[in-house]
Ligand binder design. Structure first.
Ligand code: ZN
Length: 498
């Protein structure tokens, strides 16, 4: 007799195939699609999304998933797929299809309104639609909440399973208590770090040539991946043999360089997923934060270290000889680690980055709990920037309207960015006990570092959640203390603080 899973598998395969097609359209949209393609291609995407919904959420699939559980003869990977499917079904089954579709239409509109509001620097035209998006998300979370469960906790589950508001409150409390004062010390220090040589009139060709070299050096496999240009750098993957990254070229040398190392970190994760898991429902990174932990580990902990650049800095100097010819390795490394208050999250340095997230976490919690009205967001935003970063946005475009997330209904997404930083630091201190990271980097042996991460993090995909991966890899539960230790060691040395 056929096992229930063998009958379920064709449905899962179909869902994954549709998903792969959607991912490819998304990639194409951001990179190569012509300007006028939007309307008609949007229709194709809508139809494919509907088919995906149907492939996952239908009576046979629900029945087969239950049967799989009852039979109990699943391999580890199969059991994980059924669990992931049930999570997806749980989400969809509580929400009436009509409301689900209304919400999809609403967010298509709200992202457009947001883009316009940002362009015209006008929050008042965005506020009514943001209110609707927020109400929908609260309603959906309400449908899914178990007795006594907080709405924010339901929302967090979609991005970071295993992390509740209780845990996140503790985490952000550590950031408020430790990182905010550290940043204030750095800001008030007398140490000046010159970085004007990072700005210049660099040709796209030279930036691309060096970018491809650095990507490959860090671990991007061009036989299984491509690199293109888009407005905002991102990574996407069809499976573990086709991973795609993008970058952008500006007048800041470090902007494309470090965005490429960042996206390469995401790509290394996806390349490392096991062959028996890729193209299944558990064949992606464990969570948003675990993914960010890998990209930020490579971008910041590895990519901004002196030892990473030691073997390859001459090559960079040669490519940009006008700007870097007389700049020493030490001066370059200091410049790419400079910390200063800025208004824009995506341009933030390593020290201030999590402060931008702290602001967003506190505000979205208040919005969801009903303690803050949408109309009052711009002021509350500016106040928090002043408190933590010491600067106030003069426009809403540079303030509350800078990120797309809330317009898409992604409440609870932001904390993942900060958690990723902290996961990376915890893994780093553990790895330091097992290997001489600086020595390996100075010798250009990055493969040892990549192999370690593949073995302990990447290969599992979603077989384990992020907390379990951390526990198994480091022998400890999540501990933000490592992140604080890392930032203190690094920035106290850089800014000569006691
Ligand atoms: Zn990222």
């Amino acid at each position: 007799m056929k096992r229930a899973f063998d009958e379920l598998k064709p449905y899962l395969d179909q869902a994954m195939a549709l998903n792969t097609a959607l991912v490819l359209f998304e990639w194409d949209n951001e990179t190569l699609a012509p300007e006028e393609a939007g309307g008609l291609t949007g229709r194709v995407i809508g139809l494919l999304s509907g088919q995906y919904f149907q492939a996952v959420n239908n009576e046979q699939v629900v029945a087969l998933a239950k049967q799989c559980e009852a039979e109990g003869n699943l391999t580890e990977a199969e059991a994980a797929q059924v669990k992931e499917l049930e999570k997806e079904l749980e989400k969809l089954s509580h929400i009436p299809r009509k409301e689900y579709e209304e919400f999809a239409r609403l967010t298509a509109e709200s992202t457009r309104v947001w883009a316009k509001a940002k362009e015209t620097n006008d929050f008042s035209c965005f506020a009514p639609v943001l209110k609707k998006v927020l109400e929908y998300q609260k309603k959906f979370a309400g449908y899914r909440a178990k007795a006594g469960e907080k709405l924010m906790d339901v929302m967090l589950k979609d991005y970071e399973p295993g992390f509740t508001t209780e845990l996140l409150d503790q985490f952000f409390d550590v950031i408020r208590r430790e990182i905010v004062p550290l940043f204030h010390e750095v800001r008030d220090s007398k140490v000046q770090i010159p970085d004007e040589f990072l700005t210049g009139d660099f040709s796209d060709e030279t930036q691309e040539k060096i970018g491809r070299f650095v990507a490959e050096y860090t671990g991007f496999d061009f036989r299984k991946g491509v690199m293109a240009v888009s407005a905002h750098p991102f990574t996407t993957n069809l499976h573990n043999k086709d991973v795609r990254i993008t970058t952008h070229y500006t007048n800041r040398l470090d902007s494309s360089l470090f965005s490429i190392i960042h996206e390469t970190g995401h790509a290394i994760y996806e390349f490392g997923i096991r062959d028996d898991l890729t193209q299944t429902m558990v064949g992606q990174g464990a969570s948003m934060a675990m993914h960010e932990s890998q990209s930020r580990f490579f971008e910041n902990i590895i990519g901004r270290s002196r030892s990473f650049w030691e073997p390859i800095y001459p090559k960079l100097q040669e490519a940009f000889s006008e700007n870097l010819g007389k700049v020493s390795l030490e001066e370059f490394v200091k410049a790419v680690n400079k910390a200063q208050a800025g208004l824009i999250r995506t341009e933030a340095d390593e020290l201030t980055y999590s402060l931008h997230i702290l602001v967003r976490y506190e505000l979205e919690k208040e919005l969801i709990e009903g303690n803050l009205q949408v109309e009052d967001l711009p002021g509350a935003w500016a106040d928090k920037y002043e408190e933590y970063l010491g600067i106030r946005p003069e426009t809403v475009a540079e303030g509350v309207l800078q990120d797309i997330h809330w317009s898409q209904g992604s409440f609870g997404y932001f904390p993942s960015y900060a958690l990723g930083n902290a996961f990376g630091a915890q893994l780093y201190y553990h790895m330091k006990k097992e290997m001489d990271i600086d020595g390996l980097l100075a010798a250009g042996k990055l493969s040892v570092i990549r192999d370690y991460l593949r073995e302990h993090v990447h290969q599992y995909g979603k077989l384990k959640d992020s907390r379990q991966i951390l526990k198994d890899a480091t022998g400890e539960d999540f501990d933000p203390g490592y992140y604080v230790k890392y930032l203190k060691e690094k920035y106290k040395a850089l800014y000569q603080l006691s």
